[in-house]
Write a protein that binds this ligand. Structure first.
Ligand SMILES: Cc1ncc(COP(=O)(O)O)c(C=O)c1O
Length: 400
């Protein structure tokens, strides 16, 4: 039987980031099938939640159908109301901005910092100091008149955001901190696992993440009440499961036992996968150092990056090709890459949201390109990719 990797990839194709299935997945999923516990009830859901809470170091974890749902519920349990504002980096995948809109709140987009490409603490402070009014314990955006209630840092590409100054600002202005750690499971900020630094953290187990359940998510927190409310909201807000009494409008955001079974098996190997990702990053780093116009995403001295998605910047003048041309060049040799996201302050989907100056995010989008870095990427495949980028390799070799 062909694996997902083989089925998804024609011969010679080097995918961006595909699942690695080499542990107890078959065994645990078979256990679900053998016992008929395939749906949203079953021992693997509890086990996966407890394993993840232990791994991240939080008291509680609540599984969800995907990472976007985890963020949606995190915003609800943190008390974000319709018409509130939540500070979000412009340079991220769109899901957290959408989740903010699901609760009827609004994102406020701030810039990335140029050193490690994460949410800029200075940009947050500058927005608050110059564009907000702080009166009677309420922070209000002067331009929109809306109340600012939370900061939602996103640890992009496996690297943590600089959380200390973000937490300091949050505490000063009484803002909740909801971490989008969907891309950074296992990464550490000054020795602490991401997801356990703010008030509540969210993870994704989408197929391209470092571990996957096909699709899935998790919300983690030390706050017992928030965790209980998250469980309630993700399971249709059921007050009486016999008489079907529902206390409020809830959501069917449960993860299935089948998915959780896969999650348990994947989580058992997470540390090996992080090690593999770091080895891939270090090989890229070595091979691409000295290629004019190519630079990699730096890692902060205080960061334990999971190196989830290895990303370079292409300086078009020095490299003699821009990142779009490099993307096309690699694609023509069956190498899949991915540009950094369109910054959300430029997204048609969020054109009505308030944005600060996000020029660093725009510049990163213009030159950023993520390279293949599946856990199972072979040294030979990686050599092909770096050869094509450094233009040292005969491209004919790729076809062989
Ligand atoms: C930064 C970020 N936030 C949220 C999500 C949403 O996760 P999911 O796809 O599991 O809904 C993703 C990725 O998929 C992401 O990259």
């Amino acid at each position: 039987m062909r694996s997902e990797r083989e089925a998804a990839a024609p011969a010679g194709f080097i995918p961006l980031c595909v699942p690695e299935i080499r542990g107890n997945e078959w065994k645990y999923v078979k256990e679900c099938l053998d016992t008929n516990f395939v749906s949203s009830v079953g021992p693997f859901v509890d086990r996966f939640e407890s394993m993840l809470a232990t791994y991240v170091g939080t008291r509680h974890a609540v599984a969800t159908v995907n990472g976007t749902a985890a963020i949606h519920i995190a915003l609800l349990v943190a008390g974000i109301q319709p018409g509130d504002e939540v500070i979000l980096p412009s340079l991220t995948f769109i899901a957290p901005a959408n989740a903010i809109r699901y609760v009827g709140a609004w994102p406020v987009f701030v810039d990335s910092e140029p050193d490690y490409w994460q949410m800029s603490p200075e940009s947050i402070a500058c927005f608050i100091q110059k564009q907000c009014d702080w009166t009677n314990g309420t922070l209000r955006n002067k331009a929109t008149g809306r109340r600012v209630r939370a900061i939602l840092p996103v640890h992009i590409l496996g690297h943590p955001a600089d959380m200390d100054p973000i937490l300091e600002t949050a505490r000063k202005y009484n803002l909740a901190v909801i971490e989008d750690a969907t891309e950074a499971l296992g990464a550490k900020y000054k020795g602490r696992k991401v997801g356990h630094i703010g008030d509540i953290g969210c993870f994704s187990f989408n197929g391209n993440k470092i571990i996957t359940t096909g699709g899935g998510g998790m919300l983690v927190t030390d706050n017992e009440q928030w965790a209980a409310r998250a469980k309630y909201l993700t399971t249709q807000a059921k007050d009486d499961p016999i008489e079907f009494v529902h206390g409020e409008v809830g959501y069917n955001y449960r993860l299935t036992n089948l998915q959780a079974a896969m999650g348990c098996a994947q989580l058992e190997l997470l540390d090996d996968y992080i090690e593999a990702k770091r080895a891939i990053a270090s090989r890229y780093s070595k091979a691409l150092t000295g290629v004019p116009g190519i630079s990699e995403m730096p890692i902060a001295p205080w960061a334990g990056s999971s190196c989830w998605l290895y990303t370079i910047l292409v300086d078009a003048l020095r490299y003699k090709k821009d990142r779009r041309e490099l993307f096309a060049h690699l694609k023509s040799h069956q190498v899949q890459t991915r540009p950094l996201w369109q910054p959300l302050h430029l997204s048609p989907a969020h054109k009505d949201a308030f944005a600060t100056d996000c020029s660093c995010a725009a510049a990163l989008n213009n030159s950023g390109l993520s390279l293949p870095c599946s856990v199972g990427l072979t040294a030979h495949q990686q050599h092909q990719v770096t050869g094509l980028i450094s233009q040292k390799l005969d491209p004919g070799m790729i076809a062989r």
